[in-house]
Design a protein around this ligand. Structure first.
Ligand SMILES: NCc1[nH]cc(CCC(=O)O)c1CC(=O)O
Length: 385
């Protein structure tokens, strides 16, 4: 008798392609079993503009899928690992992490423009990015460029970039997403460490399952890629320490040498670009727990070496943001946490942020509401990408 399992993911094109990658790998490893697919439009998909916020304490991207998983409607969730909070709800866990694509970020220059890198862009050029991690590090490296928010799925972002009357000269995206969508030829150049440290888990697929599902655990055993899993477990453990309840501009780079020597560099960067704290540790790791221990050590070392001030700055700014949303909500009668995320007021006062503000374009809320503050029973971290 063939067994039947259902894989679920978000309905975006990238999520569907990633789910097919996992389905094909499972089907090859288990030719006698059946694998169904279920794609769900999540709260985050329905409202891109509000995706960084909480709606009634929910994680917009993952909660509906996790509910379906816990109910038994689906057996496996396929995620971009970088979008998965570092603390999962009770009863859910990461069952496998598959071999990673190149995790770096890439520059995509507008069609018709001659520039090949951020270095070549003229002063004042507007570069679209979707994350505070990228903005913080790129502002530091390229203070004469203007970084602005660009949202939507990959195709929407590329369409905004290429619009003849569009403001963006270039956008920055994860290389892995472009590769999986077969749009590698749009990549103008890669932006690698030490200029830009990538997001925790970037480029890897994370497979979430019910913690008590022994059968699915067995099923996934052949999919897990040990080196990727060691690196990503360390990266996630580092982020878990740094979050301490809220999201911060964290970048990482990692590698495994001689099979078991894991190196992890973590960075925490102020949204002004300075301070930028970097710390690297290497150690032999035999188990995933060892890798997580190394990751947590990097997180603590960053805090001791100056990241604390950055975390405090982020937390102060976040409180200000929450307050403004509450005021706005009181004015408009909208719920505080669903207030629009396009907010053109500067988060940090002072000249350093002014060049980020261009009234013509959408600006991101620079900081996110902490999930843990709104949902004390769930100290999960909010992914910031
Ligand atoms: N949050 C969006 C997201 N989630 C995963 C990817 C790309 C694929 C990956 O990093 O695994 C992207 C797009 C991007 O950041 O450019």
């Amino acid at each position: 008798m063939p067994r039947t399992f259902t894989l679920g993911s978000r309905a975006s094109k990238l999520a569907q392609i990633q789910t097919l990658i996992v389905r094909d790998a499972l089907q090859t490893a288990h030719p006698d079993d059946e694998f169904n697919l279920s794609f769900m439009t999540t709260g985050g998909d329905k409202n891109q503009a509000e995706a960084l916020y909480l709606l009634g304490g929910k994680s917009l991207w993952t909660e509906e899928l996790e509910e379906a998983l816990l109910k038994g409607d689906i057996d496996i969730i396929v995620h971009s690992l970088k979008d998965v909070p570092t603390v999962l709800p009770e009863g859910c866990e990461i069952g496998a992490i598959m071999q990673r694509e190149n995790p770096c970020d890439s520059l995509v220059v507008k069609k018709g423009l001659p520039y090949k890198s951020l270095e070549e862009l003229p002063d004042g050029s507007i570069v679209g990015t979707s994350s505070v991690r990228r903005v913080a590090q790129l502002r530091r490296a390229f203070p004469t460029l203007v970084f602005a928010d660009v949202r939507g799925n990959l195709n929407t972002r590329l369409a905004k970039l290429d619009r003849p009357d569009g403001e963006y000269a270039a956008i920055v995206l994860a290389r892995a997403g472009l590769v999986r969508l077969d749009m590698e030829e749009r990549i103008t150049s890669d932006i690698s460490p030490p200029t830009l440290y990538h997001a925790v888990g970037q480029g890897a697929l994370g497979i979430e399952i019910r913690s008590d599902d022994i059968e699915v655990k067995g099923l996934l055993a052949s999919l897990s890629h040990r080196e990727t899993e060691l690196r990503c477990r360390a990266e996630r453990a580092c982020l878990r320490v740094l979050e301490g309840g809220c999201s911060v501009p964290v970048g990482v780079a990692s590698h495994v040498a001689s099979g078991s020597v894991l190196s992890l560099t973590g960075t925490v960067t102020s949204l002004t670009g300075n301070p930028h704290v970097v710390h690297t540790l290497s150690a032999q790791v035999l188990t995933f727990e060892d890798a997580e221990g190394l990751g947590a050590d990097v997180g603590h070392a960053l805090i001791e070496n100056g990241a604390k001030a950055v975390l405090e700055e982020v937390s102060l700014s976040r409180e200000a943001k929450v307050k403004r949303d509450e005021n706005k909500a009181a004015e408009t009668g909208r719920q505080a946490t669903t207030a629009g995320s396009v907010d053109a007021r500067p988060i940090i006062s002072g000249s350093h942020i002014d060049s980020f503000l261009n009234p013509k374009i959408e600006l991101s809320p620079m900081f996110m509401v902490c999930r843990s503050e709104l949902r004390k029973d769930f100290p999960g971290a909010w992914p910031m990408e």
